[in-house]
Design a protein around this ligand. Structure first.
Ligand SMILES: Cc1cc2nc3c(=O)[nH]c(=O)nc-3n(C[C@H](O)[C@H](O)[C@H](O)COP(=O)(O)OP(=O)(O)OC[C@H]3O[C@@H](n4cnc5c(N)ncnc54)[C@H](O)[C@@H]3O)c2cc1C
Length: 240
């Protein structure tokens, strides 16, 4: 995240919050030099896949676009580049800084909620398929009854050895996640959000109203034919 790209810090805060969730159940290793566990490698891969689309979109979106005749083409190139990594919603092209869609994209994103969602979906995918479908019964015999099948010799029961451990079905670890806490809206934050909304509205109005047109008129200085009669002006009129 280059210094000209805003949102570097908020992206790193999102990274930290996501890492906390992705690594929550990864056991710590004895020493820094010990080999990483399979689970750690898997979680880091999942973390990378989770973060890359949003961070790439943020990086490209915060690349400043200079207003002017080239701006539209630059915005189009930006969007095409973003779409290589990210398929989610984006603020409208050219949305002004601090405008509601920009604030929504950067600060309306709940990284913890999204991280839990990804892990829950991954756990769901790893679950074994349940075999609850009814077992099909053999078809009814059609036509002449067949000759009686020879009866199989009775299978001798093997003597059960004492202390033989009974094989147990493998224990399938399932993750349960703590419910995501809904943040309570701080009155100060609400006030700030209202002020940002007003500011965005003012910026939008100013952008329309403050259209400055500059034109030049060539003036040739010609000496006045009659010298100005300063003495005719009443002093009080000047001060008014
Ligand atoms: C000049 C400048 C101005 C910026 N201005 C803004 C701004 O106005 N707004 C904004 O949002 N963003 C800004 N950014 C971007 C923002 O600072 C970064 O995106 C953000 O700090 C990245 O945080 P990070 O925790 O991911 O990485 P870093 O802040 O780079 O932290 C990584 C840390 O890991 C340490 N480290 C590296 N290797 C090892 C290792 N092997 N062992 C132990 N420690 C290691 C490093 O020393 C460092 O402390 C600016 C960046 C620069 C350079």
């Amino acid at each position: 995240m280059l210094l000209t790209h805003a949102q570097g810090v908020s992206s790193s805060l999102e990274d930290a919050a996501a890492l906390e969730i992705f690594l929550a159940d990864v056991p710590t290793s004895d020493a820094v030099s010990s080999a990483p566990s399979e689970l750690l490698l898997q979680r880091l891969q999942q973390f990378e896949a989770f973060r890359l689309p949003r961070v790439s979109a943020t990086q490209i979106l915060t690349d400043p676009v200079v207003p002017g005749p080239e701006a539209a083409a630059k915005y189009a190139r930006q969007e095409a580049e973003i779409r290589k990594y990210y398929s989610g919603p984006l603020p409208p092209t050219g949305a002004m800084p601090h405008s509601p869609p920009i604030c929504q994209f950067f600060f309306g994103y709940d990284v913890r909620k999204e991280a839990y969602k990804v892990l829950e979906q991954a756990a769901e995918k790893d679950k074994p398929v349940e075999t609850s479908a009814p077992v099909p019964s053999p078809p009814e015999p059609v036509g002449q009854p067949l000759a009686e099948a020879p009866t199989a010799a009775p299978v001798e029961a093997r003597p059960v050895q004492e202390n033989t451990p009974v094989p147990q079905p493998p224990v399938i670890q399932t993750r349960t996640f703590a419910p995501v806490e809904q943040p309570t809206v701080d009155p100060m934050e609400r006030r700030l959000a209202e002020m940002e909304k007003k500011l965005a509205e003012m910026e939008r109005k100013l952008a329309v109203l403050m259209k400055v047109t500059v034109s030049t008129v060539e003036v040739t200085s010609t000496p006045p034919q009659i010298p100005p009669a300063f003495f005719d002006i009443v002093p009080s009129a000047i001060s008014a």
